[in-house]
Design a protein around this ligand. Structure first.
Ligand code: NDP
Length: 326
């Protein structure tokens, strides 16, 4: 029988008001596809870029890149999954803000029994991001001091805890005193980057040397300070734009600030093969299962209230990861 789905759709880019809740009828899953009933849906900052048009979509479009749920039916040629399996996905085409969805089986991972659906749905994308940033974009080693921005946020919380589990000393930044208190348990030093002087504080903590790596998902507001926080030949990992996109700049800046390296990585390029995807997810689920990373869901909304989730995320009112309940 055809499956009806409630889904969030946009027909134009703009403010959160462009989100609409609509009903649609899903076809049978095609070859290599799976029909899912979502049990929980993750909300990520990238969803706001898709909505606003910072990252334009072909319209009309769905929103959302990650969810967990139950396999209801599989298409031809799908051998790895069967009806009843608990699965999750993160990345790929937007459209996860929905009660049901057809997704390529190649993007799914099995969810271990120890991991609740909500944790998989709200944190798999951020957890896999932390995995590749800390272990593959720049390998964090014991004894290093690393700088991680937005330490009370979704990626930030996970990355700080994981970096510490890898043996690093973590300097985390936050935008308010309330968030400083929240981030304190998983940072060795918490700095408020809404106040002047945070770069000098990084220098003081590192006895003038600077850090070997900065993980910067804030973008425009922190970019220059991040470069100034690095030691010579340090690595600037610019992985997001929460405060806006980084303006164009000359590569000569990297020379003058100490022969720095700069990369602008995305999760898709680090989970491009089935093996990379499965290994990255498994590594994340392992640190959560071991208790090395506590995946904190800071707020939950009904699917119909997805616009409010966007407003809160963009207004810096959220902490940890954010979930929609279908
Ligand atoms: P967060 O939960 O971290 O929310 C963003 C945080 O950024 C805010 O809570 C806020 O923390 C901080 N911030 C600083 N300035 C602003 C501003 N002007 N407006 C809004 N927020 C601001 O979001 P996510 O965990 O979903 O994502 C974090 C970043 O990582 C995003 O930039 C996202 O795009 C990026 N990302 C990149 C990926 C990749 O592969 N490249 C994959 C996943 C995420 P505070 O109040 O403390 O300043």
């Amino acid at each position: 029988m055809p499956q009806t789905a409630r889904q969030i759709r946009i027909t134009r880019h703009g403010t959160p008001d462009v989100l609409e809740l609509v009903d649609s009828t899903l076809p049978e899953p095609g070859a290599g596809e799976v029909l899912l009933r979502h049990t929980a849906i993750g909300v990520n900052f990238i969803d706001t870029y898709h909505r606003s048009g910072l990252y334009p979509l072909a319209l009309p479009a769905g929103l959302g890149q990650e969810a967990a749920g139950e396999v209801m039916a599989v298409g031809q040629g799908v051998a790895e999954f069967q009806p009843g399996d608990r699965v999750a996905y993160a990345g790929g085409a937007p459209g996860a803000y929905a009660s049901h969805r057809i997704v390529p089986a190649a993007r799914l991972v099995a969810v271990p029994a120890e991991i609740p659906d909500e944790v998989a749905a709200a944190t798999l994308l951020r957890g896999m991001t932390a995995q590749y940033l800390l272990k593959r974009t720049f390998k964090v080693e014991p004894g290093m001091t690393v700088l991680i921005h937005a330490a009370a946020g979704g990626v930030g919380q996970i990355a700080c805890q994981w970096a510490r589990a890898l043996g690093a000393t973590v300097i985390g930044t936050v935008g308010s005193q309330a968030k400083a208190q929240l981030a304190a348990p998983w940072c060795d030093h918490v700095l408020d980057y809404s106040q002047p002087g945070w770069v000098e504080q990084v220098r003081a903590i590192t006895e003038g040397r600077g850090v070997p790596v900065v993980y910067d998902g804030v973008g425009a507001d922190t970019f220059a300070g991040s470069l100034d926080s690095l030691m010579p030949r340090g690595m600037m990992v610019s992985f997001g734009n929460a405060s806006g996109a980084v303006p164009p700049f000359s590569p000569g800046v990297l020379a003058s600030k100490g022969s720095l390296f700069l990369t602008r990585p995305t999760l898709g390029h680090y989970t491009a093969t089935r093996e990379e995807l499965v290994d990255t997810a498994a590594d994340y689920f392992t640190v959560v299962t071991r208790g090395e990373v506590i995946a904190n869901i800071g707020q939950r909304y009904a699917l119909a209230d997805a616009a409010q989730a966007h407003r809160d995320l963009e207004a810096r009112r959220t902490t940890g990861s954010t979930l929609l309940q279908p």
